[in-house]
Design a protein around this ligand. Sequence first.
Ligand code: GLN
Length: 280
Amino acid sequence: MKKNKIAVAVALCMAAVLTACGGTAKTETTKAAGAETTKAGAETTKAGAETTKAGAESSAAGGKLVMVTNAEFPPYEYHDNNDIVGIDADIAKAIADKMGMELEIQDMAFDSLIPAVQSGKADFTAAGMTVNEDRKKNVDFTDTYAQAAQVIIVKDGSDIKVPADLDGKKIGVQTGTTGDIYAGDIKDANINRYNKGMEAVMALTQGKIDAVVIDREPAKVFVKENAGLKILDEAFTEEEYAIAVKKGNTELLEKMNAAIKELKDSGELQKIVDKYITAE
Ligand code: GLN
């Protein structure tokens, strides 16, 4: 479908030699986005699909969905050479496929994701994002697609054994995450904010902080990669992930929910999870 459209566009451009078509062939989309794009995105740009700053609406109309994420969150989203891969990337691709649309993924800071969706720069964010009441005021969430938790990482031998032991401790979090938000409830906590979860984990290994509050699956990856760390048995919070779209974009929300339901019912969603998370 898309290819045919591109072929027609190219044919039209050829017919209108040296006319305005040339203007649409520049790589502005990619540059303006200022971030990595998927191969599909790059091809679209080359083929001359026009997107504007208005982003969401125009790109959606052009058969492309723009997703924003923070690719520092394995196994949900991370860099693999020049690609952004992970559970969210695969789920988003499967949803886009079901909707007959292309997917472009852009990487940005976690606390820029909701603003990007609100402004229409992106159609949606899939970023291991926890549904919470505050965020619901700014974006609309799809049905949830994963159970999650904030857990506590400490050094082996730490005197922090349960969440209550965090009182008065130096705690590392990733800026703007639920770990950051809920760590604020800890009595006399000294919160240290980092742009990437991994940076908080590094600070812990270096003894600069006493614990890291972060999502369970990334925590497992980071603990595996760094000797001398462990995850406490008792979780800090229980949460659920969902995709967020611009407030009031019910058309996209409903289409995404229908696709998520199909992915759940067919077992495809579980297959994606199993590809990245091996059972213990
Ligand atoms: N689940 C956490 C949140 O929504 C962290 C997500 C992330 O760092 N990508 O705030």
